[in-house]
Design a protein around this ligand. Sequence first.
Ligand SMILES: *Cc1c(COP(=O)(O)O)cnc(C)c1O
Length: 429
Amino acid sequence: MIYQDTFGFAQQQDEQDELKSFRDEFLFPQHNGHKVIYLCGNSLGLQPKSAGQYIKIQLDNWENFAVEGWFMGDDPWLSYHKALLPTLSGLLGANDREITVMNSLTVNLHLLMVSFYKPTNKRFKILMEAGAFPSDQYAVESQVRFHGFNPKEAIIEVTPRAGEVTLRTADIIAQIEDNADEIALVLFSGINYYTGQLFDMESIVKAGHKAGAMVGLDLAHAAGNVPLQLHNWGADFASWCSYKYMNSGPGGISGAFVHERHFANDKLNRFAGWWGYRRDKQFLMQPGFDPELGAQGWNVSTSPVVLMAMHKASLDIFEKAGGIVPLRKKGDLLTGYLEYLINNINQKQGEEVYRIITPKDQKDRGSQLSVVCKRDARAIFDYLAQNGIIGDWREPDVIRLSPVPLYNSFTDIYHAAEGLFKALGATNA
Ligand SMILES: *Cc1c(COP(=O)(O)O)cnc(C)c1O
């Protein structure tokens, strides 16, 4: 697309946008009587208007059926999760049995590492990206310690080259190869939360397996943002949260993927609970854990129906929008437009006041730009917020802006860039 730096161009793109009607399915915080420009879906997606109704149905079922709600009503609680799987498996690129919904993301990383991080004295290391999301770092460190190893020796972090901010795939693979005899697990994010870099997950999985390691993926910023092919890539496991690009509410229910090649492997450790038991025999209440065949065999506790209802409200919108492919296309256009407008500001200023650290190539990023502000970054961020433009702030000087194709428009992007420009004058930054 040839972009133009005019409001008329943005309006015209909105008119032609085949996904434009989905914006009306979401609730926006208000600023001076107007919807805010919400570019923070990488942190917390907006609420679908339908979410309240989906929850109300479950409250009504609880009221009307009480304990029998597990088996009665249009969508009995006992099998409610099944209604989530077709859309989720499309977004994740897996078959239905490889996906389950449970817990929250960090908890799932722990449960999955119980199964897939099986260190020996010779092969005990975990390779991950430097600057991974802190919760992942804490989870990995504590897993390593739990097995009696020292995190300083057991964790290998892949760092960018001097003077660079993002990682090169060749460097990730080289480091896996260099440590091939010692790596037990490669745990990488799909998209780095800070830089917005989308990693070449397929190549990472391949290299990890070639080294004899298990490979897990944290898809917090990738799920619902970019197309994924977990099954075909052959990842051993993955997890994600549903409250970022998947708009399923703060602390919403997470999901997990386990590749089908592991279903029948009874040598994998599991921290078991009755919700992972064979569904046909779960209520016989027999001793001896006999897991459901599939990712569901990793569930532990009773599924939270209200959280699943919020998740369903959002997944139904993804379904109506035609899934991730058209969304990714629009997300790329919006992100490209924001990039273009920011570059124009820099040109007008005669210097790179806003340095985009997210990769330039669309195949290396999703719907997010991380922008380093060369002037008073915090003042600029605050100016944006005071003017109804919501991004998010990462210390020391990064503003993350995420154009979400389901509810952001080209005029949103135009206004956001206008805000970035005006902020320079208004803040004397
Ligand atoms: C958002 C995010 C988390 C959050 O984990 P919770 O357990 O849901 O609080 C963890 N890891 C990554 C990479 C994230 O982006």
